[in-house]
Design a protein around this ligand. Structure first.
Ligand code: PLP
Length: 362
């Protein structure tokens, strides 16, 4: 190519998603594969969302309401916060992109715990900013370690809670102490994509800090996981209205589709489905942990719908061997754990397949 690619873009390693079931069918001719690699909802989409989407389809010749008024109103009722605090996005990925684009300048530093969700680094780099990586300790984000890395150039800080891929959480007490220590001009982005699955009562829910007077706290939530709408692409950010106003300046005019807005509004009201999902995940985890203990396979406890397994072998080799058995997991090699895989809970039958395959491969 003769065009010049900016250095910051050259430095990006593309995001590698979990392997789609269709790809496995194409490549290996395996047709009954089980995918436990992308932390998706095993029950499928919320039925109420499906109904709402079906009835919205006839309006597809119209542009959506760009600001997602109805969804924002429902979110405001649901969370008892002012509508001006909510910014819907094309998945929470979109929010990560908008926040980094709107708030960062080349050379700014952003603190990124590692390993964590890889899209933080990618978005920080594409804004020309500098990711400052802070390693986890014992698979957990330590807020004191983040504080130590703050400089006069730090503008933003990402916290994934529960953390993907380790499933660990931050306590309310530690989060509050951390906010007290932060300089007021740093935006704290707390990604709560998996918060619905958390069982630990001490885990912090960051939304209550959106109006925090010390530092701006932004919470990211998604309909992709607990509501089963990953393919629809809808999530949202919660932040103080001033910051939301800044994000709206650079938002694509129709960043969430008509169908996504309709589906999300209905999903939010589908409490039965949410409860059923959470129960399925918790039961699935309890089953998997019991079976793994029996089989003497080392795993790490989690507050999410996924967890890490120490294969004590090359994780890429294990990934490929599991693929051949029709079970798609995620190798953690690119996350810096060359012998770990990450799996999420599935339906009981899928969980059984996972255990059988793991026994065979390990
Ligand atoms: C921690 C975390 N944040 C955000 C996302 C992206 O979610 P969405 O589908 O809402 O873009 C994911 C998806 O896997 C995730 O694991």
């Amino acid at each position: 190519m003769t065009i010049t690619i900016p250095d910051c873009i050259q430095s990006i390693t593309p995001y590698k998603p979990g392997k789609p079931i269709e790809e496995l069918a194409r490549e290996l001719g395996i047709h009954n594969a089980v995918k436990l690699a992308s932390n998706e909802n095993p029950l499928g989409p919320s039925p109420k969302a499906l109904e709402a989407i079906a009835s919205a389809v006839s309006n597809l010749h119209r542009y959506p309401d760009g600001a997602g008024h109805k969804l924002v109103t429902r979110l405001s009722d649901y969370w008892k916060m002012a509508p001006e605090c909510f910014v819907p996005g094309n998945g929470s990925d979109d929010l990560i992109g908008m926040l980094t684009r709107a708030l960062l300048q080349p050379g700014d530093e952003v603190i990124v715990p590692t390993p964590s969700f890889l899209m933080y680094e990618i978005n920080v780099r594409s804004a020309g900013a500098v990711p400052v990586f802070v390693p986890l300790r014992s698979l957990a984000i330590h807020l004191d370690d983040l504080i130590e890395r703050i400089t006069s150039r730090t503008r933003m800080l990402f916290i994934c809670n529960p953390n993907n891929p380790t499933g660990t959480v931050i306590s309310r007490r530690n989060f509050e102490a951390f906010l007290q220590m932060l300089p007021p001009d740093i935006v704290v982005v707390v990604d709560e994509a998996y918060m619905e699955f958390v069982r630990d009562p001490d885990c912090v829910r960051s939304m209550t800090y959106a109006h925090c007077r010390t530092s701006p706290v932004v919470t990211l939530r998604t309909f992709s996981k607990a509501y089963g709408l990953a393919g629809l692409r809808i999530g949202y950010g919660v932040m103080n209205p001033e910051l939301a106003g800044v994000i709206h300046r650079i938002r694509q005019p129709f960043n969430t589709s008509l169908l996504a807005q309709a589906g999300a509004v209905a999903a939010l009201e589908d409490e039965d489905f949410l409860n059923q999902t959470v129960q399925t995940v918790h039961k699935g985890l309890d089953y998997l942990f019991k079976e793994l203990s029996k089989a003497n396979i080392r795993y790490f406890p989690t507050q999410s719908n996924f967890f890490l397994i120490d294969t004590k072998k090359n994780a890429d080799t294990v990934f490929n061997a599991m693929l051949k058995l029709g079970v798609i997991v995620r190798s953690m090699t690119s996350y810096g754990y060359p012998e770990y895989i990450r799996v999420n809970t599935g339906l009981p039958k899928e969980n059984e397949r996972l255990i059988q395959a793991l026994k065979q491969v390990l």
